[in-house]
Every structure is written in structure tokens, then in C-alpha cells.
Design a protein around this ligand. Sequence first.
Ligand code: PXG
Length: 460
Amino acid sequence: MTETTRSTAQWQAADAAHYLHPFTDYKSLAAKGSRIITKADNIYLWDSEGNKILDAMSGLWCVNVGYGRQELIDAATAQLKQLPFYNSFFQTATPPAIELAELLAQVTPPQFKHVFFSGSGSEGNDTVVRMVRRYWDVLGQPERTVIISRHNAYHGSTMAGASLGGMSGMHAQGGLPIPGITHIEQPFWFENGQGMNREEFGIRAADWLESKILEVGADKVAAFIGEPVQGAGGVIVPPSSYWPAIQRICDKHGILVVSDEVITGFGRTGRWFGCETMGFKPDLMTFAKGVTSGYIPLGGVMVGDRIAKVLIEQGGEFNHGYTYSGHPVACAVALANIRLIQREGLVDRVRTELGPHLAARFAELGEHPLVGEAQTCGMMGALQLVKDKSANRVFDSALEVGMVCRGHCFGNGLIMRAVGDRMIVAPPLVMTIAQVDEMVALIRKCLDLTLADVRQRGWL
Ligand code: PXG
């Protein structure tokens, strides 16, 4: 708890005076004032004005078990009392870190028996770059350094994370990407594949990887990294042909496959990990967010047997690590969170009940005159807003129709993200069916308000 109670205006003034937020235009935010979130319970947030808001983004794709779960609070409190911190350097370890490593080996696909902990997803991806290059170096192929990623991928905001990511706005600031990272086009049917059958397009999109491998030289390529379903890029669900084809191409050239599961991990897609939903077998898996349901920061990399064997048996010292690698309190919360997911059967529930219901309700929203494409995967969903539904023609991006829609969502007690003109959700996995319907009703209302607004502005 903070020590002071202030009015919204007072919070906003102090915020603007001192606090530089992530991904923010500081001047325009200061003019408008931040929205101050003061409490949460289950799938709802409250702001400093007392407004109740349905959080269809699970915080930031992370609060998968919902807010206010006593088990997680108790786990943190007990561990804070027992041992609030100790590191895992210098040949030491703590019980929560060891137990979590053991549990992660159980819930991840069978090739994973080892984990390297970080404090966040970005740090996890920095570890990926270090580890992939170390692996090839130990194997006597130090020239294998290049990592191939995709445009519009999101892999974090550190130098390596932002470089692996394919966000042009991020690359434009700070001289990114760093050397040895290159990008291919994303498997986004709506933008790049119209006119083609989706599955054919999936194969075509995977072929772009092979072309890039041949261009770089297979003996220089270390790894391919991708999110099973792109999250921050706009919930882009690839055709089902895509990932198996990617796997075949990487296998053919001996290239490591990295699955960035920061969003898709821990049940979001209806399996424990997105790679299981999409049908591929990664060598490394980055995780964060859902591992603790966001209650406390924790990330890491699951290390597959192919890599672990080389690092352990031949690698010698790996000169890499973070103060908070295996933080005992974070690990204790992760243990409680994963056990809660297991006990409540949330992964199966997403696959058999919630995910199919969201898919059916989003298909109905797909009939809305503003929506050109509705996609879901488990508890992730996207609605592509279009100007002309019959021809799938999009609005001029300068109009920022997605932001207009997001404004109506905010005004009506719904948090939904706009990525360009793609409206996206990733709600908590503990929603009831009635809460999914409540969310869909709010979305429909906001689509109607956006349609009226866009008509009034003369944009249609
Ligand atoms: N990989 C993926 C796939 C992510 O989605 C990261 C790595 C980085 O994790 P950290 O913990 O370092 O933030 C992410 C994070 C958005 C948004 O606007 C998405 C993320 C972070 C911030 C905003 O959708 N994803």
C-alpha cells in the first residue's frame, strides 16, 4: 500500500512530474493525465475515480489466474519471511528455485529438463542469444551466429530483445538491430496472403525462412525465433501449416528453433505451451508473464536436451546470469501459480470450454460491418477493423480507427488493446462463460459506437 491517499488530479500531477512510463509520448500524456489504477479483483480493475473495468488483457497478457488469489499472496508472504533473497551464483541455490526448476521440467514438453532463470521476458531473450551462440561456439562452429526472426515480432525491449523483435519503431531508436539478427516477413494472411488459401499461404510464409537461410548461408545461421502466435503484433494466428513447415526447414539445415512463449505459455492457447498447440518441438523456450500470473517479475528459458547436453558436458563455465536469476520469492509465487493452474485444470478448461466459446462468440463479432477478420487461439482474440468488409479494405492508418475504438472501450469499462486497427484481447483463464459473454457484449457495444463515430466523422 502507498502511504498517501490523493485525488486523481494529484496522482496525475506527481506522475507527470517524475515518472517516465514505458512506450509513452511524455508530453501528450502529461497534457491528458494518466489513468490511475488502484485495485483489482478477479477479472476487474478499479481506477481512482471508482470506475470498474473489465480487464480483457489480463494486465499485460499475464494475470492468467485473475487478481486477488490468496494462494499466491500467501506463497509470497511466507517466502519473504523465510528467505526474501539469496542468489544462485557461487555454487548456491534456494529451495523454491530448485523446486520450480523441477516442476517446470514436468509441465513443459519432454525435451526440456533444464531451466535458466531471468527477471523478465526481455532478459530471457538476451539469455537466448547468449546461449545459442555459446552452443555453436562450444560445438566448434563459432561462425554460426545469425538469428532469424520476423517483422512485427515482439521479443522485448532490451538491446537483444528489441533486435530480435521486428518492430520498426523500436529499431529506429538506438541503432538496432544489433549485428547478427535478421528478419523475414510474418505469417499474416490478412496482410500478406489474401487471394491465397490460408494453408498454402502458411507454407509460402515458411519458405521465406528457407530463402533467408540460403541467402545468409546455412552454416552461418544459429537459430530461428518466433512466437507461436504473435501477441503484441496483433494476435496473429498463423495457418496451421506454418509451424510444422518451419520445423522441417530448421531440421533440414540443423538450425535451432526457439519458441518465445512469454505470452503463449502456461495455458493461454489451450495447451501448456503454444508450441504444443502449433505442433513444433523447440530447442529453447522463453517464458515470463504467466509463470507467476504477473504477481511478481520472473522469466527464464527452458533449455532442451540438445543444448543442455552440450553446455553441461562440454561447455565449461557459462559467463552469464542475473542477480535475480531464481529469486526465491518469485519462484515461490510461480510454484503456487502453477499448482493452482494444475489444481483448477485451467489448461484443459481453455482447450475444451473457454477457448471454443470465445471462438464462437468472436465468429459472431466477425459478422459486424466493421470487422474484416476475427481470429482466436485459446484465450487470445483479434478483430481486424476494416473500411470495406466485402473487399477487406482497411482504413487509412493515419485515421487511427483502432485508437477511436479503444477510446470507446475505455469509456465503457473495458480494457482492450488496439494494434493499429486490430482490436485484441487476452483475458484471464479463470473467466466464467458468463464473463466471456459480458466481455463480448461490451466489445459489440464499442464496435457499434465506433461505427457510429466513424460514420459521423465521414470516414466511411
Ligand atoms: N516476448 C514476448 C513474446 C512478449 O510478448 C516479451 C518477450 C518481453 O517480456 P518483458 O517481461 O521483458 O516485457 C514480451 C512482452 C503489448 C506489450 O503492448 C507486450 C509485451 C510487453 C509490453 C507490452 O502488447 N510483451
